[in-house]
Design a protein around this ligand. Structure first.
Ligand SMILES: Nc1nc2c(ncn2[C@@H]2O[C@H](COP(=O)(O)OP(=O)(O)OP(=O)(O)O)[C@@H](O)[C@H]2O)c(=O)[nH]1
Ligand SMILES: [Mg+2]
Length: 294
């Protein structure tokens, strides 16, 4: 008898939602960085074992939006939660409970949606801190399970999956058994390039970056990709390119290494940097980069 279920992974930015998804799947489908607001879209990660298919929805962190892109991201997270049969609320074990967690809990109560509370980053905190956080949350809601984990090294991740088993219902699979994500190769390429930029750039620059794949040619043993990197200010462009183009070269070689491993082929990357002022502030600007509701 086949079983399946949609499980949304939600929480504040930077708590480790994408790290958890990658850890469950045993491969990297969602980019990860130490900067908040890394994930901008819903990403599907599919885990099929025997007759069970878990469909995880990784979502952008929920925060107070300050521009059109932010509003889109928060809307995406909330609608993913509404599409799901169950919710994993990921929190940073050492951070106080915020509006985001309270709002998710309100949603779970109102809709009687099952929920697992995942306390992440336990490698950074003492045992007493973990106990205090569990106590604080238990006053607000009775979760179906509470699991302390370290998504980064995989500790506790199997337990999260075990708890999710209860949320699967009898149904045919929605996705082929060998499918792991819904992202196209073009999307994967754009995201990997953006990840390297997030990791190498500082301050507000990485948040204003969008990557568009202009050309993607798969010639078997060689994949040629031409990508345009958009930033919000001319001064940012100079920083991204660097002296004699060295910064951009560095980003390109990190991205190429990852993409060669993912695609199992040699990758030729051609990167261009362009300026599109304040694109995140307008509906038009974000639509141009594919951030639209359907
Ligand atoms: N110490 C520690 N760091 C972790 C752990 N899990 C994730 N991180 C780090 O936390 C940062 C954020 O991780 P992400 O997985 O990108 O977080 P996210 O919740 O998806 O963030 P957004 O996409 O911005 O909402 C990265 O630097 C991760 O390496 C953990 O268990 N321990
Ligand atoms: Mg993420």
């Amino acid at each position: 008898m086949k079983k399946t279920g949609f499980i949304a992974i939600v929480g504040r930015p930077n708590v480790g939602k994408s790290t958890l998804l990658n850890s469950i799947l045993g491969e990297k489908v969602a980019i990860v960085s130490s900067k908040p607001q890394t994930t901008r879209n819903r990403i599907i990660g599919i885990h099929t074992v025997g007759d069970d298919q878990y469909v995880f929805l990784d979502t952008p962190g929920i925060f107070k939006p300050r521009n059109s892109l932010g509003s889109y991201m928060v809307k995406t997270a909330n609608s993913s939660m509404q599409d799901a049969d169950a919710v994993i609320l990921v929190v940073d074990t050492g951070k106080p409970i915020s509006e985001t967690e309270k709002n998710v809990i309100t949603y779970l109560k109102r809709t009687e949606t099952p929920g697992v509370l995942v306390l992440n980053k336990i490698d950074l905190y003492r045992r007493e801190q973990i106990a205090e956080t569990i106590a604080a949350y238990s006053e607000l809601h009775s979760f179906d399970a509470v699991v302390p984990i370290c998504a980064k090294n995989g500790k506790g991740v199997d337990e999260v999956l075990d708890e999710c088993k209860a949320f699967l219902g009898e149904s045919d699979f929605f996705f082929p058994e060998d499918m792991v994500t819904d992202q196209s190769e073009r999307q994967v390429a754009a995201e990997v390039i953006r990840e390297k930029l997030l990791r190498t750039l500082n301050k507000e620059i990485p948040h204003g970056i969008a990557v568009a794949i202009e050309e993607f040619k798969d010639e078997g043993s060689l994949v040629s990709i031409r990508a345009e990197i958009f930033c919000e200010k001319a001064s940012h462009k100079g920083i991204i390119v660097g002296k004699n183009g060295e910064e951009l070269k560095r980003v390109g070689s990190y991205a190429r290494a990852d993409l060669e491993a993912i695609f199992g082929a040699k990758v030729y990357l051609n990167l261009w940097v362009k300026v599109k002022e304040n694109w995140r502030d307008s509906q038009r600007g974000i639509t141009d980069f594919g951030f639209t509701e359907d």
